[in-house]
Design a protein around this ligand. Structure first.
Ligand code: ADP
Ligand code: MG
Length: 340
């Protein structure tokens, strides 16, 4: 290990907070952690690569925030309480000062979000290579209470927290996304504050940790929306052996999105845009008021957007989308595909 890498690790270690269940954190060959008695360990990993998951010139603090947020969102989608994380950084060769500035900025965003959720950074790896960030987050859940993808049942209502499409609209505004550009750009021209809200959603997503916790024991299946509603709900359908029907007019939109984009362009963003990190879950209709109450205690808005159905033989998509008049609303794009 070079002196520069040693120095970087020392900087990370100096800033990382700890918690009482970390017996030994950064600095040894491995961390020693004391899991809570009687609870299951929940582990999620996500890698963010430059030019694929974030722009190479993105603010380092935003990259730090988002790399942890994506992982905390996965824990939230299981209903888990986050506790620990590790951080593997691959950093391109550059001057020591440039590296330090990047790592300092990265930690500003990463550790701000970690502190909000009392997550301790307990280890990681630091190497030279193309800019890439891999985070592993760990947390706890009571046995049997996880919100799994394979638990949806026919006639369950489908819920979504918050609003959909903001992050995708920001990408479209930035000219990155290959759809909706003109529409979004034209309508948002005078609405800089609204546009800034969209970019905040893209760069600093809020993992729905408190909502995920509140839903334990009330709902059946759950997933977070990282690749787009159609794609992610499709994963639930595949795992559960069911189909789903979404009411396109029930999809919740933020005022910022409504200001930026209308009509079918907006619906495409809401159905197919990734990076929103909202929770989608299914539950029997009788749980409606208990769910609404539990979520309101965590200040989480949520809406019912459709229903789980029996799978249709020969259907092209497990998830169908319906207009107000009951006719089919044809999905155009099903989530961001990293390969192919
Ligand atoms: P080893 O050779 O045993 O893998 P390293 O030199 O890679 O040790 O790491 C030394 C210590 O610093 C370890 O405890 C490791 O977990 C921690 N560490 C390395 N890089 C990071 C990082 N990016 N974030 C947090 N901890 C790190
Ligand atoms: Mg190592």
């Amino acid at each position: 290990m070079s002196a520069a890498e040693f120095d970087l690790i020392a900087r990370i270690r100096a800033r990382a907070a700890t918690r009482e269940d970390v017996v030994l954190g950064i600095g040894d060959d491995a961390a020693l952690l004391q899991p809570a008695a009687g609870r299951q360990l929940v582990v999620a990993t996500d890698t963010l690569n430059a030019d694929v998951h974030f722009a190479r010139d993105a603010a380092a603090a935003n990259i730090g925030w988002k790399s942890l947020a994506a992982n905390l969102s996965d824990l939230a989608a299981m209903g888990a309480e986050p506790a620990w994380c590790t951080l593997s950084l691959s950093l391109p060769a550059q001057s020591g000062d440039g590296l330090q500035a990047f790592v300092d900025g990265f930690l500003d965003g990463f550790l701000e979000l970690a502190a909000q959720h009392r997550v301790a950074l307990v280890g990681g790896d630091t190497t030279r290579g193309p800019l890439s960030v891999c985070v592993t987050a760990m947390g706890f859940i009571e046995p049997g209470w996880a919100l799994r993808r394979d638990a949806a049942q026919v006639d369950d209502e489908i819920w979504i927290t918050g609003t959909l499409g903001d992050a995708a609209a920001a990408l479209a505004l930035a000219g990155v996304a290959p759809y909706c550009e003109n529409e979004v750009g034209r309508n948002a021209g005078d609405a800089r504050t609204e546009a800034a809200r969209l970019f905040e959603r893209l760069h600093r997503p809020t993992p729905r940790v408190a909502a995920g916790r509140a839903l334990r024991g009330l709902v059946r299946a759950g997933i977070d929306i990282s690749d787009g509603l159609l794609a992610d709900l499709g994963h639930v359908c595949a795992a559960s052996g069911v189909a789903a029907c979404i009411e396109v007019d029930a999809l919740p939109a933020s005022t910022a999105l409504a200001a930026a984009c209308a009509g079918d362009s907006r619906r495409i963003l809401q159905l197919s845009g990734g990076d929103d990190y909202e929770l989608c879950f299914t539950a029997p209709a009788r749980q409606r008021s208990a769910i609404a109450q539990a979520l309101s205690q965590t200040q989480t808005p949520a809406a019912v957007i459709g229903r789980i159905e029996a799978p249709q033989a020969g259907a092209e998509f497990a998830v169908r989308v319906r207009s107000a008049d009951g006719s089919a609303w044809t999905p155009v794009r099903t989530g961001y595909r990293h390969f192919g």
